[in-house]
Design a protein around this ligand. Structure first.
Ligand code: MLT
Ligand code: MN
Length: 308
C-alpha cells in the first residue's frame, strides 16, 4: 500500500494567504527551514493505478499538478483518482471536491451526516450524480473501497468517531457548538486487503478517549491532528480569539496533549498532519520541532511518501 501526503497543513495552509506572522514570512521567502505546505490530504493506493483521496483539500488542483502519478494518462479525459473519503464537513476536507467537477466518475464516501450537509449545499450539485456516486460510510465497519464502476481497489476503510466539532460553517451563530462524538468528525483506518497493511488517519481530534487508545494501540502508522503546539497559541500570538479546544483540536504539548497521550501506545510510526501555520513545529530550527522529534514524531510534509 502506498500513501502519499498531498498536503500536511491545517486549514489556511502554510503560509496562510493573509498571514504576515514571522513563520509565514519565512515560508514565503523560500527559507529552507520553513517549507510551505498545502492543506491536509492523503492519497492511498494498493495497486499504483487507482488512488483514493482522504479528504479533498481546497489546494487539490495544485496538489495533483505537483504529483505526476495523479496526472491523466489514458484517453483524452481520465484520472487515476477513483474515490474520495472525507473525515468531516470542514472546508479543508471538502472544498477540493469542487475541483473534481469535470464529469470524472468517482465514489465519494462520507458519514450520512456529512453526505447530508453536502447534499443540502447546492454548489456540490456540480458533482453530477450520474458521475459521482455518494456512499454512506457506516461506523466501525470495514467497507471495501470501490471506484465509480464498482471495481474493488484492494483497500478497505473503517470510519470511527473521535471527539470533534461540526464544521465551522455549520456552527450556530454566536454559540460554541461544543465538542461531541458523532458522525461529523471521524477518523479512518485504511487496510490493504492482500497484505493486511494498515494505518490510521485522524486529522481532527479534540481529545484522547479510552476507545481511541484501544484502537490506536500497537498501530503500525498513525497520522494525527497536529493543529496546534499549545491550546492558547493563537491567542498568545495575537492572531485569533479561539483555543484549540474551541476549534475541536487537541494540542501537541502539555499533559492533555497528543505527545503525552501517545507515549505508551506502542504506535510504530507517529506522524503529525493538519499542522496550523501558527505551530512552531513547522520551523525545522525550533525547539518545539526538536521536542516533537525527540518524542518519536515526524512532522508531515507535502510529497512525503510511505510504503506499507
Ligand atoms: C478546523 O480544522 O478547525 C477547520 O478546518 C477550521 C476551518 O474550517 O477553517
Ligand atoms: Mn481543518
Amino acid at each position: 500500500m502506498r500513501v502519499v501526503v498531498l498536503g500536511a497543513a491545517a486549514g489556511g495552509g502554510f503560509p496562510q494567504w493573509n498571514s504576515n506572522a514571522p513563520a509565514c514570512r519565512r515560508a514565503r521567502s523560500g527559507d529552507a527551514a520553513a517549507k510551505p505546505r498545502t492543506q491536509a490530504s492523503l492519497a492511498v493506493s494498493a495497486d499504483n493505478r487507482s488512488w483514493f483521496l482522504l479528504n479533498a483539500a481546497p489546494d487539490l488542483a495544485a496538489q495533483i499538478l505537483a504529483t505526476p502519478c495523479f496526472w491523466p494518462s489514458e484517453g483524452l479525459r481520465s484520472s487515476p483518482i477513483a474515490g474520495v473519503v472525507v473525515t468531516g464537513g470542514d472546508v479543508d476536507a471538502i472544498a477540493g471536491l469542487l475541483t473534481m467537477r469535470e464529469r470524472h466518475g468517482f465514489t465519494l464516501y462520507a458519514t450520512p451526516e456529512v453526505l447530508r450537509v453536502i447534499a443540502e449545499n447546492s454548489i456540490f450539485r456540480v458533482l453530477a450524480p450520474d458521475c459521482v456516486e455518494r456512499r454512506a460510510l457506516p461506523l466501525d465497519e470495514p467497507v471495501a473501497l470501490l471506484d465509480a464502476k464498482g471495481h474493488a481497489s484492494g483497500l478497505t476503510v473503517t470510519g470511527f468517531t473521535v471527539p470533534g466539532k461540526v464544521a465551522l460553517w455549520l456552527e450556530p451563530e454566536g454559540r460554541d457548538p461544543g465538542v461531541v462524538e458523532g458522525g461529523h468528525t471521524i477518523g479512518l483506518e485504511l487496510r490493504e486487503t492482500g497484505s493486511g497493511a494498515r494505518f490510521c488517519f485522524i486529522p481532527g481530534c479534540a481529545a484522547m478517549t479510552p476507545a481511541l487508545r484501544k484502537r490506536l494501540g500497537g498501530a503500525p502508522l498513525v497520522f494525527f491532528d497536529g493543529t496546534l503546539w499549545r491550546d492558547d497559541e493563537m491567542i498568545r500570538m495575537g492572531v485569533g480569539a479561539k483555543t484549540g479546544q474551541r476549534m475541536g483540536h487537541m494540542s501537541m504539548s502539555g499533559e492533555a496533549g497528543a505527545i503525552a497521550a501517545f507515549r505508551d501506545l506502542g504506535v510504530g510510526r507517529k506522524v503529525f498532519i493538519h499542522v496550523n501555520n501558527t505551530n512552531p513545529v513547522l520551523l525545522e530550527d525550533s525547539p518545539e520541532r526538536a521536542e516533537a522529534e525527540a518524542a518519536g514524531w515526524t512532522i508531515a510534509h507535502d510529497g512525503m511518501e510511505l510504503t506499507l
